[in-house]
Design a protein around this ligand. Structure first.
Ligand code: FAD
Length: 321
């Protein structure tokens, strides 16, 4: 997707997933000069289709992004394949964005939409099935495993909630406590009342045969057949390149990982820098990320207009002295 890259833009968007492209669309349509830099690793890449996105139900993730890229190009937005390694500067003097091959580009404003990393527990056989039959989100792929034998692998108390969510999709749900969780009496009662089986003991492996998950092996050797397994990742914002900017990831209030805090418009603590999508909202699905990107794009345009009004007023005043 690499286009030529100019030296300077009104806005550089770092990350070209749903959030970044959506921000680019709003800004491009506002006749802003915009560069979207993307390293080509969207979070949902292992999934066969994007679900829960009205009008695009089941579209392969790569196809959805290709449609988005075509749309933003129509408005003159430049799209470059590259990894951003650092961002420095400030709103008054402008920001400098550096990519891995050594090139740099200047920007008046930044929109950061680099998403997050799903950190999975270190259990043999688990990562290989990620996004196929090793799942985390009932809204993303729950329907696809409806009525199947589902295992829920506990890491913390979220597993109880996850088990109850997947129970909505199948009557055959087993919660593996994996030495990570002690159930309260209330949880034990509510799980039993909905027919969710609880298995104690450490999990040694998730096993597969061919391209299909077959079950969960416990440390004591017991094998429990399952067709799909769910686990809660730790969600960690991809924000390592932001150190020079003074933007740091913080623990999310829900205890599910680390994010870049921002207000509801994507405004961060650093003037001139916005965030949207999973980098700030760890729970956002594709539609939520796209909506947040669009909102941030509009806010950035408004902020640039305000700056341009101030300059125009000052220039007019200077000319009339
Ligand atoms: C397995 C799986 C399946 C999912 N299925 C669904 C589903 O069916 N429906 C749904 O709504 N949601 C689904 N999701 C959630 C979905 O992936 C996110 O909601 C969505 O990807 C968030 O969009 P984003 O733009 O914030 O981040 P991303 O889509 O992750 O995009 C971020 C982009 O930034 C780029 N990037 C990162 N760092 C840099 C850098 N330093 N320099 C340049 N570029 C960088 C990445 O390469 C990536 O392309 C799924 C998630 C997973 C893990």
């Amino acid at each position: 997707m690499t286009d030529d890259m100019n030296n300077e833009y009104d806005v550089v968007v770092v990350g070209g997933g749903a959030a970044g492209l959506s921000g680019g669309l709003m800004l491009g349509r506002s006749r802003r000069s915009v560069l979207v830099i993307d390293s080509g690793a969207p979070r949902n890449a292992p999934a066969a289709g994007v679900h829960g996105y009205l009008t695009r139900e089941g579209t392969p993730p790569a196809e959805l992004l290709e449609i988005g890229r075509d749309e933003v190009r129509r408005y003159g937005v430049d799209l470059v394949d590259a990894e951003v390694v650092s961002v420095s500067g400030a709103v008054d003097a402008g920001f400098v964005v550096a990519v891995a091959d050594g090139r740099t580009v200047k920007a008046r404003r930044l929109l950061l939409t680099t998403g997050l990393i799903d950190e999975l527990p270190d259990i043999p056989g688990l990562r290989e099935r990620w996004g196929k039959d090793l799942l985390h989100c009932p809204y993303c792929h729950g329907w696809e495993v409806r009525d199947q034998a589902i295992g829920v692998l506990a890491r913390n108390a979220w597993a109880v909630h996850q088990a109850q969510m997947f129970r909505q999709l199948s009557e055959d749900v087993t919660l593996f406590l994996n030495d990570a969780l002690t159930l309260s009496d209330e949880d034990a009662v509510s799980l039993a009342a909905r027919g969710i089986r609880v298995v104690e003991g450490a999990v040694a492996a998730v096993e597969s045969s061919g391209d299909k998950l077959t079950g969960v092996r416990l440390a004591d050797g017991t094998f429990v057949e399952r067709e799909a397994v769910t686990v809660m990742p730790r969600f960690v914002a991809r924000a390592g390149f932001l150190a020079d900017l003074g933007l740091e990831s913080q623990e999310h209030p829900m205890g599910v990982g680390e994010h870049i805090p921002a207000d509801e418009n994507g405004v961060t603590t650093v003037p001139g820098v916005w965030v949207a999508g999973n980098i700030t909202n760890l729970m956002a699905q594709v539609s939520g990320a796209a909506a947040a990107g669009a909102l941030a794009g509009a806010q950035i345009n408004a902020d640039l207009i305000a700056e341009e009004i101030r300059s125009a007023v000052a220039a007019t005043a200077a000319a009339t002295v």
